[in-house]
Design a protein around this ligand. Structure first.
Ligand SMILES: [Zn+2]
Length: 260
């Protein structure tokens, strides 16, 4: 494992202030974008070009976000290590990273567990998310390039194709990418940093839509408004779009009768 201060890779992105280079470290969630980087010179890279701890983190994160590991379920290091055919160290690192991302709770002298959210958590989160995501889509409308809108459209098309084929996980992943690409198009580093703090929780809490085609249709309307630079429409459309995801999250919480 490299020292926390050692950048693993760097990515340059154009912003309205010129080109900015981001460095990703092993302990940041943004390391998930490592595939975009030049990995030469990295240490501990597995055959897939990922650090083992990064790969384990990604697998566990997806398991949680996609609902394969239920809230409250235990994350037992030795079982996960055996399952993924790795040592316990990368599993421990992955769990630590996911605690930092707010989807796993560490318990002293016991196993870590997948976090259980409450209705208050969902409400608090929804309020912050509405403010930030509205800004993101308004800025994306104002600042996008042709290349950027093509990427947003490609994510929507992947989502629609998957939703039409009833491929639930693929549709949810593409829907998450739609929001992530919009955040990049917004070209505001501070917004990017804010969203990075809770993007995993966002994907988890609000990403498990049941009405896949309905969600894809909402994304198409948002895409059209971004492409047309129609910020007025986005200012009322985004809060409504997010509200439907929030209602679904609250329904899921009630249905599963989580302990609070
Ligand atoms: Zn959405």
């Amino acid at each position: 494992m490299p020292a926390a201060s050692a950048p693993l890779c760097q990515v340059s992105r154009p912003t309205r202030h010129g080109t900015v280079t981001y460095a990703f470290r092993w302990d940041t969630k943004l390391v998930g974008r490592i595939g975009e980087c030049d990995n030469s010179g990295m240490v501990g890279v597995g055959t897939t070009g990922e650090l083992e701890s990064v790969r384990v983190t990604r697998i566990l994160r997806d398991d949680i976000v996609l609902g394969r590991r239920a809230p409250g379920s235990r994350l037992i290091e030795r079982d996960i290590a055996a399952e993924l055919n790795v040592s316990r160290l990368p599993v421990r690192e992955a769990i630590r990273t996911l605690v930092g991302e707010g989807v796993v709770v560490a318990r002293p002298r016991s196993w870590a567990v997948v976090r259980e959210f409450t209705h208050d958590d969902i409400r608090d989160f929804g309020e912050v998310r509405e403010a930030i995501e509205t800004l993101i889509f308004v800025f994306a409308a104002e600042r996008h390039t042709d290349e950027g809108i093509a990427r947003l459209r490609a994510a929507y098309e992947r989502e629609f194709a998957a939703a039409s084929a009833d491929e639930v996980e693929a549709a949810r992943i593409a829907a998450g990418e739609f929001h992530e690409i919009a955040a990049e198009l917004a070209g505001n580093e501070m917004l990017g940093e804010l969203i990075a703090v809770f993007v995993t929780r966002l994907r988890w809490l609000f990403g498990q839509h049941d009405d896949l085609l309905g969600m894809a249709e909402e994304h198409r309307l948002i895409l059209d408004a971004v492409a047309a630079r129609d910020t007025d429409t986005l200012r009322w459309m985004i809060p409504r779009h997010l509200a439907s995801g929030q209602e679904a999250a609250e329904r899921r919480l009630s249905d599963q009768a989580y302990s609070i």
